[in-house]
Structures are given as C-alpha cells and as structure tokens.
Ligand binder design. Structure first.
Ligand code: UD1
Length: 306
C-alpha cells in the first residue's frame, strides 16, 4: 500500500484536504491537482508523500499529466454551490460535468484501479420517503443536482464502454473545519457558526423547519478512503442517517459557542430541497463504516479548531 499513488482532484479544498491527511496517514502517496479557486495551500500538510500540481480539471492535458502513475483517483474538484449553479448554470456545468468527464477519460487511459467521485444528495430532489435510499427516484431541483446525476450516468457509461471501475458518493450535508464561511454560497453550518462567533444574527431562509443530514468532514474522508478499495461500484450515500432542522441546529450552535443571537428570516430559496436524511444501509455494507462523530461533537470540534 505504501507505494500506491492516489490522485486527489480538489485536494486543497474542504473535503479534499481532510481526505489527503487521512490518505497520507494510511501510507499512500498523494498527488493533489487543484486550481486554488476555493482551495488553499495552507489546508495541506507538509509531507514527503505529497506532491501538489496547480491545475484545472477543465484542462484535459493537466488532468492526464497528474493522473500518471496513479493507482486510484479521488475526484472532488467541483463547483459546490447549489445557488451558484442556478445563477451561472453554464460555468457550473463546465466544471461539474466536463471536468468530471476529463477525469474519467484520464483515469480510464491511465488504467486506475478505482475512481471515486463526489456526487450529491442533491440528485434526489424532494424525496417521497425518508430516509432516502439509493434506489429512490432521482429528480434534481437544481442544475447542480442535475450535473451530479449526469456525472453518475457518465460513470456508468465509462464502465460499460471501457470497464472503468468507479463509485460515486452521494454526500449529504458535510460540515467541519476549513469549510469557508466567507463565500455567499457557503454551507449553512459554516455561515451560522461564523455569525455567532462574530456576534451577528444568522439568516434563515424560510421557516427554518427544513431538515438536513449533517455529516462531519472526517467521517466523509474515511468514507472516501474506504470507497477507493471497496470492490463495489455504482453509487452510495454518505450520510449519518439522522436529520435535524435549522432551528434545532441553531440551538445546538448557541450551546457550543455560548453566544445567542436571534435569527433573521428571509424568503426560502426556490431550489432548496425541504427534507434530507440518508439511508446508510448501503454505505455500511459497501464501505464497512459508520459515522463516528455526532452532530454536537462535530460542532464542538469545529469550535475548537476555529
Ligand atoms: C449542500 C451542499 C452541496 C451538497 C448538498 C447535499 C454547500 C454549500 N452545499 O447543499 O454541495 O451537495 O448539500 O445535500 O455545502 N440556509 C440558511 N441560511 C444560510 C445558508 C443556508 O437558512 O445562511 C439554508 C438553505 O436555504 C437550505 C439549508 O440551509 O435550506 C442548507 O443550505 P446549504 O448549506 O447551502 O446546503 P444545500 O443547499 O443543502
């Protein structure tokens, strides 16, 4: 295993950098390809087993060069905002679909053993049943969700055409240290947390009764690594199996930070899904892992890291 090389696209980002840390700790050699548009070099550790290439997944040649000698690929480079995909669907599709196709082509040409790529719970849209199993109907409500679903279709096609082994991970709502709160498109926990620390009122879109399945980034990184060596292919949820509404989330954050600021309510976002809670049966069977962090433990770890 010590000699195995893993290419991590988006490795300088939020989920990427935690995955890189755990890969290095497990003895892998890691190559990071990142355009540093949202990722940061300071997210990465100094380690002999790590090489960094500044480059974009939309540049096929850069992806091919970075893929050389890789046994595995973890593809995380993406435009991650649902809202931004509505505002600029063309650029979002370029990064999230064409970038992913480049990675699939390069992975196939390099003969990698496994491609693991970031899909999303956003592919489901508003589910009929909770928790949401992988067999549920897919019905995205945003360009972002559609892009991730298209990626899954390409992955299936690359398997049929070329036998490329892949596993798409449908992440639910990931949170933890290094998730940037500054962007207007930032995830809700990083934004709420930042507001409470700076003693400003958080903004809640809608009544705050929408629910999400929040999973701590270190658990997601473990799922990523397990997926690389799992014999399974197709798609798999990465979730905790629990859900919490935003108002309950805010009270947990009040407890963790010791700061209480009342929320300001704005109209809900059209592209928002209402409820989200992942079924974890498949991930337990395929990846042989269970989340180790509760929401409150993860929030405390975020507080300590800040
Ligand atoms: C998130 C992820 C997406 C992932 C998907 C999986 C981010 C930025 N997006 O989308 O990459 O694929 O989960 O399900 O991490 N909200 C507020 N106030 C705020 C910000 C958000 O009330 O300041 C609300 C939103 O309206 C929404 C909920 O919080 O109802 C979650 O929003 P957000 O964190 O942006 O994530 P998703 O849209 O669920």
């Amino acid at each position: 295993k010590a000699s195995k090389r893993v290419l991590v696209t988006g490795g300088a980002g939020f989920i990427g950098s935690h995955s890189v840390e755990q890969l290095l700790a497990s003895g892998y050699n890691v190559c990071v390809l990142d355009n540093l548009s949202t990722g940061k070099l300071t997210n990465l550790p100094h380690h002999d087993g790590l090489t960094f290439i500044k480059g974009d997944v939309c540049d096929l040649q850069a992806v091919k060069d970075a893929m050389q000698g890789a046994s595995y690929c973890l593809h995380l480079a993406a435009q991650v905002s649902v809202v931004r995909s509505v505002e600029d669907p063309s650029s979002s599709a370029q990064q999230n679909i064409l970038g992913c196709i480049n990675v699939m082509q390069a992975a196939h040409e390099a003969g990698v053993n496994k491609l693991v790529y970031a899909s999303s719970a956003a592919v489901y849209g508003n589910p009929r049943h909770l928790p949401i199993a992988e067999t549920s109907t897919v019905c995205p409500l945003s360009p972002y969700g559609l892009e991730k679903w298209v990626d899954e279709q390409y992955a299936a096609l690359f398997h049929t055409l070329y036998g490329l082994p892949s596993l798409g991970l449908r992440y639910f709502n990931v949170f933890g240290p290094r998730q940037d709160p500054k962007s207007p498109y930032a995830g809700v926990i990083s934004k709420f947390f930042d507001c409470l620390i700076r003693k400003t009122s958080p903004t809640v879109f809608g009544d705050g009764r929408q629910t999400r399945d929040f999973i701590f980034v270190k658990d997601v990184a473990r799922a990523n690594i397990a997926a690389l060596t799992s014999s399974h292919q197709g798609v798999c949820n990465v979730a905790t199996g629990n859900r919490v509404d935003l108002l309950a989330l805010l009270s947990l954050l009040h407890g963790v930070t010791g700061n209480y600021l009342p929320a300001v309510h704005l109209p809900s976002r059209d592209e928002d899904i209402r409820d989200s809670q992942g079924d974890t049966q498949r991930s337990r069977a395929w990846l042989d892992i269970q989340p180790q962090w509760t929401l409150n433990e993860g929030l405390k770890a975020l507080y300590t890291a800040t």
